[in-house]
Design a protein around this ligand. Sequence first.
Ligand SMILES: *[C@@H]1O[C@H](CO)[C@@H](O)[C@H](O)[C@H]1NC(C)=O
Ligand SMILES: *[C@@H]1O[C@H](CO)[C@@H](O)[C@H](O)[C@H]1NC(C)=O
Length: 427
Amino acid sequence: MEIHRLRFWSRRWWERDRPLLAAGCVLVFLVVIFAIRSRVKEAGVRNRAVGPTFARLDSPLVDLTLLRDAKSRGAFCLDGSPPGYHLQRGTGSGFDKWLLHLEGGGWCNDAESCAARKRTALGSSRYMEPAHFVGILSPHQSLNPDFYNWNRVKVRYCDGASLAGDVDKENLNGLELFFRGQRIWIAAIDQLLSEGLAKAKQAFLTGCSAGGLATLIHCDNFRARMAKEAMVKCLSDAGFFLDEMDISGKKTIRSFYNEVVHLQGVMKNLPSGCITAMEPSQCFFPHELIKRLTTPVFILNPAYDFWQIQHILVPSNSDLDGQWRRCRLNIRYCDSKQIEILQEFRKSLLNALSEFQQNGKGGMFINSCFIHCQTMSNITWHWPTSPRLNNKTIAEAVGDWFFERREVKEVDCPYPCNPTCSHMEFL
Ligand SMILES: *[C@@H]1O[C@H](CO)[C@@H](O)[C@H](O)[C@H]1NC(C)=O
Ligand SMILES: *[C@@H]1O[C@H](CO)[C@@H](O)[C@H](O)[C@H]1NC(C)=O
């Protein structure tokens, strides 16, 4: 009897108050999730911020911020999602100084390769996770001596054309794809200006790989959007891609860039003096871009950039008999004939930079390592075992140049002369 009544009561209660109960459950669930998230975040910050010993310093995880006005500006990742960045605020003397880093990640040159990116963080913010701030973004003075307390921003790359494409329509072979890199650039800078970048006394635009190329494309525009009295400079890390033939004599990179530029409508965002003088996709190459820059720029590039060796000099379809299979993955496996070819590639880089070397405002650091990006790893940026030229780490050389402590035009002797190099080993 009692049990029966209880059942009856509970059934009535269940029926009458079900919506209330459901709402209550959702609320409790949200509160729990929120509490866990903020505890995790706090713990993360606490653990990471204090590190009494050098070796225990960890890299902070910084949350993603999506662009507020993405929709109204038509600034979309390849899949139509809003782009984003990660910002860690400056402190102390760094509160009115800003360092931006443009993320890299190659390019896409046709509908298929761009559509494949929609399922990755390189084409959709749905897959982007918090970012580790290391190297030039590190908040630790011992790892990042000159920029550790600045406002530091990592701008995510999700357009596939170095933030420089712009096509209105979004249909390609029935695939919905947005080519809006230029609008992402404009909208991201607008949002950062409103976050305090507009009041920056010093600003430094940097980027690596495809982001290093984006830095060269947008450097003067960045300068123009900052206060006149601000000190503004740019740095391209592993972004000096060479217009060279591959080992089979094919112009692989030239035709690849040509496809990227035409597919994504990059022409109109390249220097007008250049696109009228030659085939527009030629103006996507750094040696054409730096000639026309008026803002001081630093070129950081290894002479044996493994990305360039694997995609420009020895793309896999240029090495059909597999003679380069080991060498292109580990420079220690190159035979003397292959080293000779690599030395010619180094000479082409220095040749493309010969005019720039006379540029009084410019800086350069061309080390003879088999590596790619060097600003975005604490090991290559500033560490007792980091690569050095003139006994300076990359962080020290870049800081010396930025703050005009000395002229920095460092060019290493040819491989294998530099014992401070850490060569990448894929094999
Ligand atoms: C260097 O960075 C890696 C992650 O990229 C991290 O695991 C390591 O702790 C860092 N070292 C120092 C000294 O910060
Ligand atoms: C190189 O720099 C380090 C510190 O950065 C210093 O201890 C060392 O003496 C320098 N070596 C030379 C040869 O100047």
